[in-house]
Design a protein around this ligand. Structure first.
Ligand code: ADP
Ligand code: GN1
Ligand code: MG
Length: 361
């Protein structure tokens, strides 16, 4: 996107001063993110929303407006919650032929991490997402729109994956036979959480649904949680999705796209740190079934992400941004390696959860 074009768009928002620069920023897989600096020195994050992934931008922005307004009344400092910058003409997003844009105030003196560099960061991300769960516990979930229906419905993700294998539009299926077999062998797991929810054994809550470590900003000096970001996927869901997705990303000391699989495993010390942080903030609210299923959710969210990456590889990389050949396949392989490792460690994970689910921990 040409720089002048981005500056013109940024200047449609009520910035302090005029936009002076706009540069690509961050490592997200979905939206285009830009750092905008105004001549006043104030910094902003401007994003072009990926409306192929999020066709209902209006519903998505309504969700974000409602959730950020709600959270802003609960936090003690404005920086502890994402804040949208309104358009000069009113409204919170701009639309033109190049897409949909929104602007957030930049969270200053804070960091996001692509992988766990210091174990304490993972603990604090658990605190952040546990608190997020807690703060939204009295938000009326039924008023939120389901921005991506069945987002974490593993059963429906599995059906999409099988369709991608059948269609095999890129002719890649034969070269990933081992990965396909790995996925198919775990079919019995894909309905477990969905069925528990259907039977009323797991409550519907307001959830973030994309609780990667890089979706929480931590204080640059203290590492303490500052703000949960990337609220595009906030919608009604299961608390297990948020816990499981965090463990998927952060309990693995290697990167999500690491090629050397010997570096990829579920580090139980990291698992314990996150569990401790998460449960310290929301254990009072979780039911016995939710707590019992936490270890399984880590495996299931990892498996689900693995089949999503594999399906995208088979479909020609149309969903997740890729930066090299076979990028989605590499990502799938890390997820499946993690699933295997988690399967071996399920009992130990359950012991850890049990220890931290009791008050006083
Ligand atoms: P994506 O959906 O593509 O992952 P994100 O909303 O997570 O996009 O943003 C990408 C990156 O931009 C984040 O990881 C973070 O580093 C940075 N970022 C996003 N919002 C803010 C903000 N309000 N202040 C500072 N940095 C931000
Ligand atoms: C995407 O937007 P980002 O990069 O935080 C994806 C998540 C995946 C994740 C895998 C809307 O998250 O569901 O778990 O990549 N977001 C969407 O890294 O599909
Ligand atoms: Mg993100």
């Amino acid at each position: 996107m040409a720089n002048n074009y981005l500056l013109d768009i940024a200047n449609k928002f009520s910035l302090i001063g005029n936009a002076a620069s706009a540069e690509s920023y961050g490592f997200g897989h979905i939206n285009d993110t830009y750092l905008v600096v105004a001549d006043s020195g104030t910094r902003y994050i401007m994003q072009r929303i990926n409306n192929k992934v999020f066709p209902n931008v209006v519903g998505l922005m309504k969700n974000i407006e409602a959730v950020t307004n709600f959270l802003s009344k609960k936090v003690s400092n404005p920086d502890e919650c994402l804040r949208l910058v309104p358009l000069k003409s009113g409204g919170v997003f701009h639309q033109d032929e190049s897409g949909y844009y929104r602007v957030y105030y930049f969270i200053e003196d804070a960091m996001t991490y692509q992988k766990v560099e210091e174990p304490i960061h993972f603990y604090f991300s658990g605190v952040a997402f546990g608190r997020f769960q807690n703060q939204l516990s009295d938000f009326p979930a039924e008023t939120l729109c389901e921005v991506i229906p069945n987002f974490h419905n593993t059963e429906s993700r599995f059906a999409d994956f099988k369709k991608a294998v059948e269609l095999d539009v890129m002719g890649r299926a034969a070269s990933v036979k081992e990965e396909i077999e790995f996925a198919l062998a775990r079919e019995k797991d894909v309905s477990v959480l969905v069925n528990m929810q259907k039977r009323g054994e797991l409550p519907l809550r307001v959830t973030h649904n994309d609780t990667k470590l890089n979706n929480v900003m931590l204080d640059a000096k203290t590492g303490k949680p500052k703000c949960v970001i990337d609220l595009d996927t906030v919608m009604p869901g299961l608390s297990l999705y948020d816990f499981g997705d965090s463990i998927r990303f952060g309990s693995n000391p290697a990167a999500e796209d690491e090629k050397d699989l010997s570096k990829v495993f579920c580090d139980l010390d990291l698992f314990e740190l996150y569990t401790k942080g998460f449960l310290s903030e929301c254990r009072e609210q979780l039911t016995g079934n939710e707590i019992k299923m936490l270890p399984f959710s880590a495996k299931m969210m990892t498996y689900e992400c693995g089949i999503r990456f594999l399906a995208d590889h088979l479909s020609g990389d149309t969903y997740f941004k890729i930066h090299r050949e076979n990028h989605n396949l590499d990502r799938c392989r890390t997820q499946f390696k993690l699933v295997e490792d988690m399967e071996l460690k399920m009992d130990k994970m359950a012991e850890i959860v049990d220890r931290h689910s009791k008050k006083g921990n």
